[in-house]
Ligand binder design. Sequence first.
Ligand code: SAH
Ligand code: SF4
Ligand code: F3S
Length: 444
Amino acid sequence: MQSKKNTYYIFNYGCQMNASDTEHYAGQLEEMGYVPAEDFHTADVIIVNTCCVRESAEKKIAGKIGELKAVKTAHPQTVICVAGCMAQKDGDKLLKKHPQVDLLLGTAYVNDFKSILADYLSDRQGGVYTDLTIHQSEFEGKMVRQSSFAAWIPIMYGCNNFCTYCIVPYVRGRERSRDIENIVAEIEQAVKEGYKEFTLLGQNVNSYGKDFGEKDAFAKLLRRVNEINGVERIHYMTSHPRDMNEEVIKAVAECEHVCENFHVPFQSGSNEILKKMNRGYSREKYLELIKLIRQYVPDAAITTDIIVGFPGETEADFQDTLNLVQEVGFDAAFTFIYSKRSGTPAAKMTEQVPLEIKKQRLNQLMEAQNASSLRCNEKLVGQQVEVLAEGPSKNPAVWTGRTRTNKLVLWPAEGKNYYPGEKVMVLVDAAQTWLVKGKAVQDE
Ligand code: SAH
Ligand code: SF4
Ligand code: F3S
């Protein structure tokens, strides 16, 4: 008689680092014999992998954890685990508020999940694992990647920057770089499994290797990964404008497989605000960096993150942000309303900006950015772009994929059976704010 297999369900929130952690959780569960559940209501193990970078994220996630109360009541044997940054931040407090939670797993325990779960199943004693001083162990084992051709590769954990608005350094701990040989081994293994596109992850990839005392380690890492047979595209995120330098830009320019997209968050265009944010660069330095990028990689797509309504931001400060957006002409920007994170220095600053003003500024900024995105995309009309196919769009007769510069491309399949990860040349004939459209051209 075949017994029913145990099942798991993972809710994932937050940044790519969390997406990668989720792949590690899923891998460990599958090693233990679990299979994905169709419906979380009946799963044997549920993980909520959380984010606390903004209040809006936390509220949404708290609602989801609340929903799991009914699941636990209906199926008391279900193991409910809250993992990630919110678990790290709130620890016991979260457990008191949500007694349906069995396990709380901070950010340094991702790779120990298997043994933690096994312990829990043997004695059903819940636990809180939030010590950030332990070193995250190197991952050895199965991983369930979301994509069949694109892989997240963490190259470092944590952040030492303490930007005054940001909670990440408190919940991810100090910077720890992975050994280059481990990174290379993971990529080589993924290539064997059919992966082609790799995104190297870290909160500040430009300081990769500093903890080993190595100079220009990130540029060297890019060059090394570029040499791995079978690697077609390399991306990385996030770059910090203070630490990004000519060596890295040169490596991008010279390495065939490193893609020409630069994600360089500037956060604010006002020097006064940048200082209060503890960002460690000025508007002028940032513009010099952009100039250098354009000099080495003229066709680069440049994207950024921006915060409006940081404490003390005046209308003049905001105008500095707006005109920086216009001056640089970003391909895309993630724009955020400043969110007060208790425990960070900015939360204690007086002169918090009223929500109404923050919203107005965000709208104005998004309008300017949308115009800029459209202008950048229009430049592609008439050009042939190399696309890695992702999958059909909502309309199954139209396929989607991305250029090396990470732009979304749509084209009619015209009866052809594409597969995810397939390289397709597309002649772009129309541009919109968020995507371009075109037709596949026959590869000679
Ligand atoms: N390490 C990366 C990403 C950090 S989080 C970096 O430094 O760029 C991603 C983005 O969230 C940040 O770039 C910032 O724009 C935004 N962010 C962080 N904390 C925030 C806060 N308290 N309120 C609003 N946006 C915030
Ligand atoms: Fe947060 Fe700044 Fe670190 Fe990015 S660099 S994670 S914004 S503290
Ligand atoms: Fe969120 Fe943690 Fe990432 S707070 S943005 S999931 S590092």
